[in-house]
Each structure stands twice: as structure tokens, then as C-alpha cells.
Design a protein around this ligand. Structure first.
Ligand SMILES: [Zn+2]
Length: 460
């Protein structure tokens, strides 16, 4: 048991000054006492130097893509760069990633996540086989590398092994560049069995992830969904690109989100990643389903995907979380800034996604994304409340953007002020994984990352 005294903290009911947080030996919050001052804190309570907020769950990551970041900025001669040309470059890279490299790159991505304020991550894990497309001797080889990488960084993991079987709608045959991703429903169910057996000892949460309606037939989706239990998170990419929407309409007469809502039993277990292109009817129906919209605002901006209909979705009481997705940017503050700014640019108004129950845009965004992320990861996290995992951030009181800000404006300043490094200390499941901005393994992890990327480049 350990006790901390925070000068201020974002609790479920809002910002409070002088907060005592008691954490049990299992890494869960046992008790939060608000407004009590020093008198209410246990005598051995450690005094935290800055404002405390819930750690952010990262609901969508492809860790290996961290090493693709910064490598797709050279314009093609015919100036037709798009999501689809980016995907070609990403496929060419992943062809050369071996298990050691995958683990090294993922560890680098996860350490960066921890330092930025993500305390847990949902890894949408679709590279399963060796570079020839053959299953490894242990078919879960690359999944274990993801688990090991999350362990190196100390962040909690929801592992989402991906089912990927086709190159396009209606069961189109896979293309060669996708050979490392492919499973049959049988081999996929075997993989899930192995990963379910490993979960209790290794401490990850297991979900399922049909890649997209492009990659899965209706019959396969039906079979895959039967593998999900009542509490199993189910993640799928949907409606990221207008071409995908057009192809889905040509195949089924319905749009991707519309088709899923009509045919897949979408409920609170689900996370529809992106859900960028929706009609007003889809917006209302997705919100009513209780599912999470899994937004990746900086990736969606980087890839030119489009703008999520955020205002209408929140007005319909829709739930959302955020993910670093391609890992070109790893920063929950930047994701929320981009999300809100995308709405402002489209609507030419300010403070669009504010929660009517309280006026701070930064607080609104952080609380909603933390709660939605926790639901999507199926982890009891995302709020500083008794029973939840002790996943929390201490913001840096020496950060100039936070200087002189009233408590209730802390997150407005951290997200929308000139803040470069708002996070000072990070705790995941009761353990400090970052202190004073440093991760204890960052040098060693970076060294392995550099070596892995050099090895991959030598194969080009
Ligand atoms: Zn994705």
C-alpha cells in the first residue's frame, strides 16, 4: 500500500485541490480522498509535485509502423500521394521486419507512449507470419514479441490479434504484399486459444480484431464473432477512406458503418476505428449502439483520411477514445488538439467538443477519451476512482504553459497552450514507469531500435 498527496487532481466529478490517492499492492486505487488537505493524508504519503490526471489508454496502435514514420514524406513525381500509396510504402517496409526487429520497434514505440502519457495500449496486431508468409514454428511468435515489448515499457496491453483474409470486399484474393497477415478462421481460432491460455500469467487483456470489411467476408466475420465472449473487446477498421465507402456500397449497397450496425451486432464491446465517413443516420446509430469510435486524429490528418463528424456524434451522446495508430505522432495531447482543431476548421467555431456538464474544453476531451479508451481496451482504467487501476500522470509544474493557470484550466493549457512536454511522471498499474520525464530503459531500447532499423535498411 502506498499513499500520495496531489496538489490537484482530475477526479470523476471534476478538478479538486489537495487530493489523497491510496494505491494497493495489486496496483489498484483503493481510496481517493478529495479536498482533505494534509490533515486527510496518511503521514507517510508522498507529495507529488504537479497536477494529477488519469493516464490515457491508447486504443489503436500498429507498433511496427513507428519505424515507417518520417519515411513517406518524399512526394511522388506524379503527385498522386494518398493513403493507398502510403500503404504500399508501409507494406514494402514490413516485408523486411523479423521477430527481433518487431520487438525492438514495438518497445521503442511503447516507451515513447509511456513518456507521452499513455499508460495502456491496444495493439491491433496483424503481422503474424514470416516474410515468406509461412507460419512461425510457434504461430504466436510475433504476438509474444508484442507482449514482451509492452513489458519492456511497462505499459498495460490489450492484445488484438487481427483476422485478415482478403484484399477487398466480397472475398477478393489476397495480394502478395499481404501474405504475412493471412489466417483461415481455423488457424485464427487456434491462435486465439494459445493467446487466451497465456493471458493470465502475462497480464494482458485479449480481444479480437477482424481487420475491416475489406479483409473479411460476412461468413468469416460471423464465425470470428462467435469466438468473442461477453466481455471481449472487438475492434475493426471502418470508413477511413471514401474509396473504401464506395467499394462497400458497390459490394453490399450499404456503407461500412451502416453494414456493421445492420449485420454484426455492434454493441459496447466494439470499437469502430476511424468511422470517419458517416451519414447523419450512421452517426446517430453508432452513438446509440454504445460502441466506441476509435479516433486517430493525427494519423487521419497525416494520411489525408477526412474529418470525423465530432460535434454531431457527441450531441448524440456518442463515446470515443483516441489512438496513435501509425505512430507518426505519439502524444495524447496532440491527438486531442488535432481532433478539436479539425472541428474548428470545418465549422469555423471554437470549443466545439466541450461537454455541456462542464465548460473546459481540455478537461472535456481528456475525460471523454480516457473513459472511452478504457471501455475499448476492456480495462478498468481511465479515471482516478476506487477500484480502477492506478494509471495516472503527474503533469510538470515547471512547464511554462502551465504556470499561473487556474486548476480548472490545467488541461486547456496542456493541450492548447504552448506546451512541449506536459508529462513529468507516469504510473501504470501502481508502478512508476516514467519519472522526471525519463524512462529507465529508454537508452537501451533506443539502441536496439537503431540496430533493428539499420538491419532492415540493409535488406532494402
Ligand atoms: Zn489502423
Amino acid at each position: 500500500m502506498k499513499s500520495y498527496l496531489a496538489p490537484s487532481a482530475l477526479l470523476p466529478g471534476g478538478w479538486v485541490n489537495d487530493v489523497t490517492i491510496v494505491i494497493d499492492d495489486a496496483g489498484r486505487i483503493e481510496r481517493v480522498a478529495s479536498g482533505a488537505g494534509d490533515a486527510g493524508a496518511p503521514r507517510d504519503a508522498e507529495r507529488l509535485p504537479g497536477p494529477v490526471i488519469p493516464g490515457m489508454p491508447n486504443l489503436h496502435s500498429h507498433a511496427f509502423q513507428r519505424a515507417v514514420a518520417g519515411r513517406t514524406g518524399i512526394a511522388s513525381p506524379d503527385r498522386d500521394d494518398s493513403f493507398w500509396t502510403w500503404r504500399q510504402a508501409m507494406y514494402a517496409f514490413v516485408d523486411r521486419v523479423d521477430p527481433d526487429a518487431l520487438e525492438a520497434i514495438a518497445a521503442q514505440a511503447y516507451v515513447e507512449m509511456a513518456k507521452a502519457g499513455y499508460t495502456s495500449v491496444a495493439e491491433f496486431h496483424y503481422v503474424h507470419h514470416d516474410p515468406k508468409g509461412t507460419a512461425y514454428a510457434d504461430p504466436a511468435e510475433l504476438a509474444w514479441r508484442i507482449v514482451a515489448a509492452a513489458g519492456s515499457a511497462g505499459i498495460a496491453l490489450t492484445l488484438l490479434p487481427v483476422f485478415y483474409a482478403h484484399a477487398g470486399f466480397g472475398g477478393a484474393a489476397i495480394v502478395d504484399a499481404q501474405r504475412r497477415f493471412v489466417h483461415s478462421t481455423y488457424t485464427y481460432s487456434r491462435l486465439l486459444d494459445v493467446l487466451a491460455a497465456g493471458a493470465p500469467a502475462r497480464g494482458y487483456t485479449l480481444g479480437i480484431a477482424p481487420h475491416s470489411l475489406r479483409a473479411v467476408t460476412a461468413e468469416e466475420l460471423d464465425r470470428i464473432l462467435r469466438l468473442a465472449g461477453t466481455g471481449t473487446p472487438i475492434h475493426i477498421h471502418a470508413a477511413e477512406q471514401t474509396r473504401e465507402v464506395d467499394d462497400c456500397c458497390a459490394w453490399s449497397g450499404m456503407r461500412p458503418v451502416e453494414w456493421l450496425l445492420a449485420n454484426a451486432g455492434v454493441d459496447a464491446r466494439w470499437c469502430l476505428v476511424h468511422a470517419t465517413h458517416m451519414t447523419a443516420r450512421e452517426v446517430g446509430a453508432l452513438a446509440a449502439s454504445g460502441a466506441i469510435a476509435g479516433l486517430a486524429p493525427t494519423t487521419e490528418a497525416d494520411l489525408g483520411d477526412g474529418t470525423f463528424p465530432g460535434e454531431a456524434y457527441l450531441q448524440a451522446a456518442g463515446r470515443f477514445g483516441i489512438g496513435s495508430d501509425s505512430n507518426a505522432i505519439i502524444d495524447p495531447f496532440a491527438e486531442l488538439r488535432q481532433l478539436e482543431w479539425s472541428q474548428r476548421l470545418r465549422l469555423r467555431r471554437r470549443n466545439v467538443l466541450v461537454d455541456p456538464s462542464q465548460p473546459s474544453i481540455g478537461t472535456s476531451l481528456w475525460r471523454a477519451a480516457a473513459a472511452g479508451g478504457a471501455q475499448a481496451l476492456a480495462q478498468h482504467t481511465g479515471s482516478l476512482a476506487a477500484g480502477a487501476y492506478a494509471d495516472l500522470l503527474v503533469l510538470d509544474p515547471d512547464e511554462p504553459a502551465l504556470a499561473g493557470q487556474a486548476t480548472g484550466r490545467t488541461l486547456d493549457a496542456a493541450i492548447f497552450g504552448p506546451c512541449r512536454r506536459p508529462v513529468r511522471d507516469v504510473m501504470s498499474r501502481g508502478r512508476w514507469i516514467v519519472r522526471e520525464g525519463r524512462h529507465p530503459r529508454e537508452a537501451e531500447v533506443l539502441q536496439r531500435y537503431r540496430a533493428a532499423v539499420a538491419r532492415i535498411d540493409a535488406l532494402a
